[in-house]
Design a protein around this ligand. Structure first.
Ligand SMILES: NC(=O)c1ccc[n+]([C@@H]2O[C@H](COP(=O)([O-])OP(=O)(O)OC[C@H]3O[C@@H](n4cnc5c(N)ncnc54)[C@H](O)[C@@H]3O)[C@@H](O)[C@H]2O)c1
Length: 368
């Protein structure tokens, strides 16, 4: 099958790269041929993903002309997205004699993508990397835009670099083997694009959520393309999150605090984002910018996607507040919230008091 005529392009000041989206792309050498001729390749993945797709990708790399192909399997789970695991990756690269022009391929979800990108940014002061995202969340979000990084015990994604891939190769067929909770977790980020950035897309999601939950291939492809276009447009304007890019963090202030509080083990990223979006909409409601109908529509959509809509009562309020204070989106000691001006329109807000936040968290289930 030839390369799709129209990939979505990301244009950053330092790099222009394509996002190819389609079915069964991993088994085609064409997408890799431009990058791998006579190159060393190092594939990073998890065992579950590798059991389905590593042999396919290995063969495509061979056919694309790679001179040496190695891989490393690392344990899955965000608790392993650490400097210790990154050190294992660099040690493997060094012991296998990978040079400055090696290409690292991330075959996995956001965890693999973030780690592979960070390792690529630092290895030999920067080598090329390619994203082959295999979760819905990675296909519509984490594989695009060059945010790479690791967790620290003080908080999530606190160590990292902006480092853009050479290409993103999105094989939608890989979603067939993804677990239900992980798939639904990706639906939360999809809903985020509609809710905070594109009202028409939110309405489309309301109409198509059942087909998305069933993973209907055509509907899924349309949704992934739309989300990638929205994200690419924002990255093209603000690669380094100096301004507008922060709107992509809608729902993430509470989400990151929750994930950190639960040791990155007991809640998936998208599940935390679902709850974070409900809190952000509740805050917007308290500030009078939207009416209750938006909150009700969001909750209804999240429920149809089998996502949580409120905090677990066992989560102590004071601990969430403390965790939020470590969030990277702090500016001048104030938390920068992304709230709603209206459905599909974000508003960056630093004027949120602790009392307002407390009220919203309690409304959303936190124990006072
Ligand atoms: N860089 C960014 O812009 C950005 C944005 C959002 C999230 N993130 C990060 O992404 C991570 C979460 O990513 P995620 O939700 O993709 O989870 P993940 O990468 O942890 O993967 C979830 C699980 O699904 C398995 N899996 C993945 N693809 C599979 C497939 N096709 N078939 C079977 N199993 C498969 C994995 O082995 C893993 O056990 C977090 O670390 C988060 O911080 C980064």
């Amino acid at each position: 099958m030839p390369i799709p005529a129209e990939p979505i392009w990301v244009h950053t000041p330092g790099r222009k790269y394509p996002i190819y989206i389609g079915h069964h792309l991993l088994s085609q050498k064409d997408f890799l041929a431009a990058y791998l001729q006579n190159k060393q390749v190092f594939i990073l993945s998890h065992s579950e993903i590798a059991s389905h797709y590593l042999a396919l990708l290995h063969q495509s790399c061979e056919q694309a002309g790679a001179s040496q192909i190695d891989h490393l399997i690392i344990p899955s789970g965000d608790q392993y997205k650490t400097l210790t695991t990154a050190d294992e990756v660099w040690s493997a690269l060094l012991s296998l004699n990978h040079h400055r022009d090696t290409i690292i391929i991330a075959l996995g979800g956001g965890m693999i993508g973030d780690l592979a990108g960070f390792c690529a940014a630092c290895y030999m002061r920067g080598v090329g990397f390619i994203q082959c995202p295999t979760t819905l969340l990675a296909q519509i979000d984490s594989a695009i835009g060059g945010k790479t990084g690791l967790n620290h015990q003080m908080g999530k994604n606190l160590i990292g670099a902006f480092y853009q891939p050479l290409a993103v190769i999105t094989d939608i067929s890989t979603l067939n083997t993804l677990g239900e909770k992980e798939f639904n977790s990706g639906l939360a980020e999809l809903i985020k694009y509609g809710l905070a950035l594109d009202k028409d897309f939110f309405i489309w999601l309301e109409e198509n959520i059942d087909k998305l939950v069933e993973r209907a291939p055509g509907t899924l492809q349309m949704a992934i393309k739309r989300a990638c276009k929205i994200k690419a447009t924002i990255i093209n304007e603000d690669e380094l999150e100096k301004g507008q890019r922060i709107v992509l963090n809608f729902g993430h202030t509470v989400a990151h605090a929750l994930e950190s509080l639960l040791d990155y083990k007991h809640i998936l990223h998208g599940e935390a984002v679902a709850i974070g979006m409900v809190v952000a909409v509740q805050l917007s409601l308290q500030q009078g910018t939207i009416d209750k109908n938006v909150l009700e529509r969001l909750i209804s959509l999240l429920k149809k996607a089998h996502l949580p809509v409120q905090l677990d009562a066992s989560v102590p309020l004071v601990e969430i507040l403390t965790k939020m204070k470590h969030d990277k989106k702090h500016a001048y000691q104030r938390l920068r919230w992304v709230l709603l001006k209206s459905l599909g329109e974000p508003r960056i807000c630093e004027e949120v008091t602790e009392q307002q936040i407390t009220q919203a968290l309690v409304k959303c289930g936190a124990s006072p």
